[in-house]
Design a protein around this ligand. Sequence first.
Ligand code: HH2
Length: 280
Amino acid sequence: MILRARDRRLDLGFRTRLMGILNVTPDSFAEVGRVLDPGAAVAYAVGLARAGADIIDVGAESTRPGSRGISAGEELDRVLPVLEGVLKAVDCLVSVDTSKPEVAEAALALGVHMVNDVTALRAGPAVAERVARHGAGLVLMHMRGTPATMQLDPRYDDLLGEVSASLREAVAVAEAAGVRPDAIAVDPGIGFGKTVAHNLTLVKRLDAFRALGKPLVVGPSRKSFIGAILDLPTGERLEGTLAACCIAAWQGAHILRVHDVAAARRAALVVDAIRAAPEA
Ligand code: HH2
């Protein structure tokens, strides 16, 4: 399987890929990966690329549980100078983590390769239309509710079926808007309107999303379900993150969205080697 993004093709067949997290925010849930100063943010991105990131995902609005969001103007002010610098400084793919069409458009005009939309086009096709016009890639992530409300009482009758159906609909909207079928990846949205048990099931049963026929992105990195198991703060969730990443990769994740690229790279290489080993 490949993921196309502008003139680039990310081959997903032979090894697990890594999306490194860069949050240009004062309030993202984890301190790791949070860099507000533009110069420091670009230097941080260079470090992610050197550590083995295949994609650097730059976000300027935290979507942590309870957050209320920021204006498009504020998001643009934070993200554009950083994207401009990152695009010049690294050779890997660069994505912008936004669900606002005006932010997506400005980032695409600068040359970003992908848009990572954590609302999976809930507000309509505007983001997808812009992605299509630039020939870029698109990640569609499942979220139940909004960041402000999503963790109040998430319930599903059929977790895997409902998340799959919602992603399938979003893919149809994206394709109808003109996004190339091979430029779309999907993500079940760990922590976005999910209980601890839901998150564990999503990682365990990631294989259920293979039927969507799209590259699978998954983002367990340092999230609260790991904290709930280990009773540890975000700064001490690396080992738990790696455990979840290994299971996710084993179950078919093509791209792991992580804060800790160097550590995840080592873990993923071992998973890939085990997968490639002879059966007996
Ligand atoms: N998680 C977060 C943000 N964007 N995108 C995808 N595709 N998948 C995810 O799981 C995902 C995402 C939340 O993590 P983070 O960016 O570290 O925190 P915050 O939203 O507080 O900035």
